[in-house]
Design a protein around this ligand. Structure first.
Ligand code: ADP
Ligand code: MG
Length: 671
């Protein structure tokens, strides 16, 4: 085993359940009492006074002190919503926005969506009556498009500011700007105990209000040696009420294994509730992590870094931290964006550990060495703005009339090349003209709450008369690789079921096929079950599709079908994603513009076929650079959809052979 022996004994013997403030007691207390017991409560009056006095205030407090759930309520009680004015509170994560809004509605005894609501992409749970509005930072950004001075808000809380997401960083600049002429607007920047001086500095030395923490000591244990298979260790180590941080794609498997082990141990151990929490988890499942643990039972929360600071789960005594996170990384030279698994930062690791010390002294088991902590981890996480594609944000800022992006008030400016590349890409997509001004197409693209390439693909479907299908594909692509269900004990069945959906042409068309069949089944749950399709993902795809279809009117795109012809569909995909073209070459594929070696993902329907020209939806880096969701195209289409970007010389095939496949697909082939 990986621990020192004495630690091990200590670890195993810690067998009692969540002590002190037990869930039963918590349940007995009324919600109001719980509210009064939060660390922020004694500072209520001081905080309100400080907000009254200063236009911009930075608020720092330990996770769980009550910033997110209490401050908006204090403001409401203090009259900030008089005259129908709203209090907006941003969250970097969808799950947090939903869950916190639900909690606050419960505390206020109102129905979610009435006085308290939330707004996340593709889901608006607010009404005319909503005065406390939780939303993702991305949604508030989009609100600038319809209300550039945020006139309907009396207070904006930029919460979880330390996360430094791209959208939060852009909000900083925009809100600082409007605060200058909206002297009645209060701006609160709330953050865990990290980096608050920097926020203060950025907001012209705004005062920092500190909520003293109530943190119990957390013992930290490191492994003696480097661990190569941390998943196994996570399983061995799960003791009682604890929280483990793993990557989203590992969560289901991790939970299944844990449950399997518990089953095998049977009555030898106390009941163990195994609960996952991650961004795409359906909300009814999310709510479960907050339910009190029945007496005698124990709870294990298997979480992504969502539980690091955005969500507070009561009663956690142990934390197991494998020390990884998944991060976007961006190569500004090639324009390639990929998700990579990297060691998390020391700041993250410390936040994770902190989850163990909220209700009593706790322990954190780090599945890495003390040396790795010191030498292999970065001090803090690099802000997202410095490692992501800026296309989306640049398009949005241009739509807000902000033309000079170089001089935008960034807290940390993005690399110059990234900004230039975003401008170039938008130009290639036709969203900007050669002067860098927004075109009519660009204005329409900005209306859709999706990335510019996806937006362009949808708009191109108008010309190719296949918007019906392209909307479906866009929706299916948005639900993030969670369509096919592949349980460990039924891998063969699941893979066969998946094979049955394969149609020629590529993964986009397979997704379309799945959706079409589901519609024909009458949106049946049973059908999903029989075909190893995740019903929840399908339901979400339908919601996304409905939302997108609802926006088609606004951008004047008629919803029509290509009647089974796949060529127009694939051309529309090409019109949006021509940047993502790869050509077959020895041993793999090479991207056309930068000659990077990439591979078809083994899950792809084109894995064996290896067509000469492909367009990929995204790249993921695991063992190699994999293209996920690929579609077969013809090189000639590139000249048709992006004549200013591709020259015919670049697209010449090295062999003199004609395309191996015949031109396009017939209706029969498409099914
Ligand atoms: P902060 O924003 O400072 O991290 P929060 O306002 O999110 O703190 O949480 C304050 C307290 O509210 C938590 O300690 C927890 O007890 C409770 N709480 C928050 N969200 C929920 C929820 N969804 N269900 C139950 N309790 C919650
Ligand atoms: Mg919070």
């Amino acid at each position: 085993l990986i621990l020192e022996e004495d630690e091990m004994i200590d670890f195993v013997s810690t067998d009692q359940d969540t002590p002190a403030l037990s869930q039963a007691e918590l349940k007995k207390q009324s919600m109001q009492e719980v509210r009064r017991s939060l660390p922020i409560f004694p500072y209520r009056e001081d905080l309100l006074a400080a907000i009254h006095e200063h236009q911009i205030l930075v608020i720092e407090g330990e996770t769980g002190s009550g910033k997110t759930t209490q401050i908006p309520q204090y403001l409401l009680e203090d009259g900030y919503t008089k005259g129908g004015m709203k209090i907006g509170c941003t969250q970097p994560r969808r799950v947090a926005a939903m869950s916190v809004a639900a909690r606050v509605a419960e505390e206020m005894s109102v129905k979610l969506g009435n006085e308290v609501g939330y707004s996340i992409r593709f889901e608006d749970c607010t009404s005319e009556r909503t005065v406390l509005k939780y939303m993702t930072d991305g949604m508030l950004l989009r609100e600038f498009l319809t209300e550039p001075d945020l006139a309907s808000y009396s207070v904006i809380i930029i919460d979880e500011a330390h996360e430094r997401t791209l959208h939060t960083d852009i909000l900083f600049g925009l809100i600082k700007d409007i605060a200058r002429f909206r002297s009645d607007l209060k701006v609160l920047v709330a953050s865990a105990t990290l980096d608050t001086e920097r926020f203060s500095c950025f907001f012209d030395d705004a005062p920092v209000f500190r909520i003293p923490g109530r943190r119990f000591p957390v013992d930290i244990y490191y492994t003696k040696n480097k661990i190569y298979c941390y998943k196994e260790q996570v399983l061995i180590m799960h003791p009682s009420s604890c929280c483990t941080f793993v990557l989203q794609e590992e969560i289901e498997a991790c939970c299944e294994l844990l449950q399997e082990r518990c089953r095998r141990l049977g009555s030898k151990i106390a009941e163990l509730l195994v609960l996952p929490i991650y961004a795409n988890l359906p909300s009814d499942m999310q709510a479960k992590i907050f339910n009190p643990t029945p007496p005698g039972a124990r709870k294990v929360v298997v979480a992504t870094n969502i539980a690091e600071t955005s969500l507070t789960i009561d009663g956690i005594i142990y934390v197991i931290d494998p020390g990884f996170c998944k991060q976007k990384s961006y190569n500004a030279r090639t324009g390639m964006e990929s998700l990579i698994v990297t060691p998390c930062s020391r700041a993250s690791a410390n936040q994770r550990a902190g989850r163990a010390g909220r209700v009593a002294a706790g322990k954190c088991f780090r599945l890495y060495t003390a040396w790795a902590f010191k030498h292999e981890m970065e001090e803090t996480t690099v802000p997202e703005i410095q490692r992501t594609n800026l296309g989306n944000v640049v398009l949005l800022l241009k739509s807000l009339g902000i033309n000079d992006l170089i001089h935008f008030d960034f807290m940390d400016p993005p690399p110059h090349e990234t900004l230039v590349l975003a401008l170039e890409q938008l130009y290639a997509l036709g969203a900007l003209n050669h002067l860098g001004e927004l075109t009519k197409l660009g204005r329409r693209m900005a209306e859709l709450p999706v990335d510019p390439m996806l937006s362009k693909m949808i708009l191109a479907s108008e010309q190719y008369k296949c918007s019906e299908e392209v909307l479906t594909i866009a929706a299916m692509l948005s639900v993030n690789n969670s369509i096919f269900y592949r349980p460990k004990d039924k891998v063969v069945h699941a893979d066969n079921a998946r094979m049955n959906f394969v149609v020629p042409g590529g993964d986009h068309l397979v997704l379309l096929n799945v959706y079409t069949q589901w519609v024909e089944s009458g949106y049946s749950t049973q059908w999903c079950y029989e075909n190893f399709i995740q019903f929840r993902s399908m339901r979400r795809a339908r919601d996304v599709r409905d939302q997108l279809e609802g926006l088609m009117d606004r951008i004047e795109v008629e919803v029509v079908s290509s009647q089974g012809d796949s060529i127009p569909i694939r051309k529309a995909v090409t019109a949006g994603y021509f940047y993502h073209t790869a050509r077959l070459s020895k041993g793999g594929y090479k991207t056309v513009k930068h000659q990077q070696t990439v591979y078809v993902h083994p899950n792809s329907s084109l894995f064996e076929e290896q067509p000469r020209w492909l367009i990929y939806h995204e790249l993921v880096f695991t063992t190699k650079e994999f293209m996920r969701q690929v579609i077969e195209i013809e090189s000639g289409w590139l000249l048709e959809v992006a004549p200013h970007y591709y020259k015919s010389k670049e697209l010449e095939d090295s062999s003199s052979k004609k395309m191996p496949r015949k031109q396009g697909k017939t209706k029969e082939e498409l099914g």
